[in-house]
Design a protein around this ligand. Sequence first.
Ligand code: NAD
Length: 472
Amino acid sequence: MQFDSDYTMTIGGRGFEAEATIDVINPANGAVIATAPRASKAQLDEAVAGAARAFPSWSAAGVEARRDAVRRLGSKLVENADALARLLTSEQGKPLADARAEILGAAYWCETLATVDMPVVVVEDSRDRKVETRRVPLGVAAAIVPWNYPISIAFLKIPAALLTGNCVVVKPSPYTPLTTLKIGELSRDLFPAGVLSVLSGGDELGPWITEHPGFAKISFTGSSATGRRVVQSASHTLKRVTLELGGNDAAIVLADVNVHAVAEKIFWSAFTNAGQVCMATKRLYVHESVYDELAFALAEYAKTVKVGDGFEPETKIGPIQNRAQYDRVCRLIHDIAERGERVLIGGNVVPGAGYFVPVTIVDNPPEESPVVQEEAFGPVLPMLKFSDLDDVIAKVNASPYGLAGSVWSSDADAAALIASRIHSGTVWINDWLYITPFTPFGGRKQSGYGVECGLEGLLEYTGTQTVAINRS
Ligand code: NAD
């Protein structure tokens, strides 16, 4: 099955076009594949008003009714997985198998988050009084989503907001609105009108949302620079804010590692989704005694990995998602050459219609080099030699970011001790990106605040309400 090429927003349970549109581009060839509505301010107002009207009955509907609806949304994703995956690859660029996994992962999140119970804490139960604290929804939430994982990230937010009794307005990135718009369309008969809205728009839509007095909550995933603007704008009405922002995650590879066993995993920790992962390994610190062996293994493995159009079956790494990001990554690669830094592989971008960047591994650049200090958000990885563990931990922690990281060693207990010294929200040992609906994740420092997933992630969409009954 293939979807028709009309894309409409979902507002108050119905489909809407807009007077203006946004061109959506396939990053594998630069062609415009569709246009998406560019929401007006009035349409945002209508979505918020519709959500506010739906809120009283949705929040009172009871958790089982909400769970049923969220599970049905998950089932819709499974039923339409092939068509949604194709659409996702055409607008995002990622390999089709990865796009399909993203759709099915979102369905799994709906199914699994629906099993999490909200706590009710009995603070006092005496002859004179009963006092209990429960969790209540906030009202209308906004889910603001970036372009690297348009569906996975939207579905960290949508089920969590809805299960806890909020209504939600979803705003995909202007670069990747199509799959989210189709999911909005598929959801229209699953929820009461206004409970789940999807609005696509230009650069003006995000700021309109964060300043809109009708939102009680903003769940934002994107860059740290935008995150700062979100907080400023949301402060006017003191909205609750969750921020999942950028990172410059480090992997530390210890001397006792089995290079043969870990090389492939380390490779994909940096290059999955063409490196466009907030939690990708963006600095690879390797003990000097295994540096050469790992460098050789990574470079050899890279030669077997096809970079190309996500629709070609052998492709493992797709293009950079958009022109602006492609230009940023190309500048970083150009800068590597300018600075006389050596690469183990890659380093030469061949210009063309698609935004393709080869896997590029930089050979022990200086710590202060931009490729080490900046979040590349592309398939460019600096590999750095270390000899002193304290020194490398200090370098890892010197980053203004604190999203995640990993430690690679044959001694998992020793690695776990090192993990406890790393200032980030998540650390994996001999692993990467192990995230489940039950593992809360979030950043420290300028990687954001608040968490997603798990009970803690759901609680972010609630406030506490203490009810104290005087029995005397
Ligand atoms: P971005 O900050 O440019 O945009 C993110 C979203 O915010 C988009 O929907 C965009 O339209 C919207 N937006 C832009 N300006 C806004 C404003 N002033 N107010 C409100 N919304 C606004 O980020 P991006 O380039 O789409 O994504 C890449 C960044 O996202 C990277 O830094 C990456 O590390 C980060 N990211 C973080 C996580 C995480 O979980 N921590 C996950 C994925 C991506």
